[in-house]
Design a protein around this ligand. Sequence first.
Ligand SMILES: Cc1cc2nc3c(=O)[nH]c(=O)nc-3n(C[C@H](O)[C@H](O)[C@H](O)COP(=O)(O)OP(=O)(O)OC[C@H]3O[C@@H](n4cnc5c(N)ncnc54)[C@H](O)[C@@H]3O)c2cc1C
Length: 302
Amino acid sequence: MEIADIKKSVLLIDGDIFFDQSIKNLNWFNIGGKTRIFFKPKSLKGLIEYLKLYALRGKIFILGNGSNVLFDDDTYQGTVIKLGKSFSNITLLDNNTIIAGTAASQKKVSEFAMNNNISGLEFMSCIPGSIGGGIRMNSGCFKKEFKDILISIQLVDFKGVVRSIPTNKINFNYRSIQLPKDLIFLSATFKGNKKNSEEINNYMNELNKVKNMAQPTKIKTSGSTFKNPINQTDKKVWELIRASVPKETSYGDAIISEKHANFFVNKKNAKAVDMKSLINFVKKKVKAQTGVKLELEIVVVE
Ligand SMILES: Cc1cc2nc3c(=O)[nH]c(=O)nc-3n(C[C@H](O)[C@H](O)[C@H](O)COP(=O)(O)OP(=O)(O)OC[C@H]3O[C@@H](n4cnc5c(N)ncnc54)[C@H](O)[C@@H]3O)c2cc1C
């Protein structure tokens, strides 16, 4: 579908549509060019309207909080969809079950759980993403991940068909979920167990303290660049990188964090091409030095 056709239909759709929108400020790396179309649905109705109008004719990328993505320097030739406020409600279903919109931040959901004396979601307070990103990545830390607490996912496919899938029908892997890419997660149901909110709060503070000691904060990064190669070695990926690559390796403003070798950082004005060169260099060096083939954790959008 041509931009002119989309522009003609814009007024009919319940959402905001922008053309040639910069995406640099919409991701943690602070990297990327523009997107041909940027769509923020105001309601599920608006999202379905847009999908029915456009989806089968162009590519789509769903953006959460942008804390795990690397966009290209060139314009994304499709639509970036970002779910807004109307997809961020958090509600108590019964005394240990929560339903959360996927645009809600993981931190907010963990705090909601704490305030309702529900334990099991504490790890989410350490992850800067949205619920949608957490589901797609099966995010986790401190030996807990999304799959441990997810009960069901409500979603819409790119044709505009809404469904609910119980998670016992889904296979999860380390930092991935086996579901097709052409799905937009709308909300998710989580089950925890009852615990005193003060105990939950103490545990959350402890986790955040440990995390802040081990990983850099307040920098332009997408967190762990590569997955830990759990099927190839017991070593953590940061150890393999430290053993294979000089600390000061850089491409333009793309550098390796001093604090955590698997966190790559945009020092100031790095381009996607710089970050990709750093990624490829590290991958090659680790393979040559240790024999381990690294796999990206961050999602490269092209
Ligand atoms: C400082 C820092 C620390 C981090 N620590 C951790 C950690 O401890 N553990 C960990 O697992 N990760 C960590 N991450 C990575 C990242 O925060 C997680 O992967 C997070 O869950 C991604 O969420 P997001 O909303 O930012 O997703 P995005 O980066 O926006 O997107 C990631 C993927 O999810 C998809 N997606 C997003 N929303 C939806 C939706 N509604 N429907 C369908 N698909 C969707 C995107 O299309 C993309 O494929 C860290 C990142 C940073 C910057």
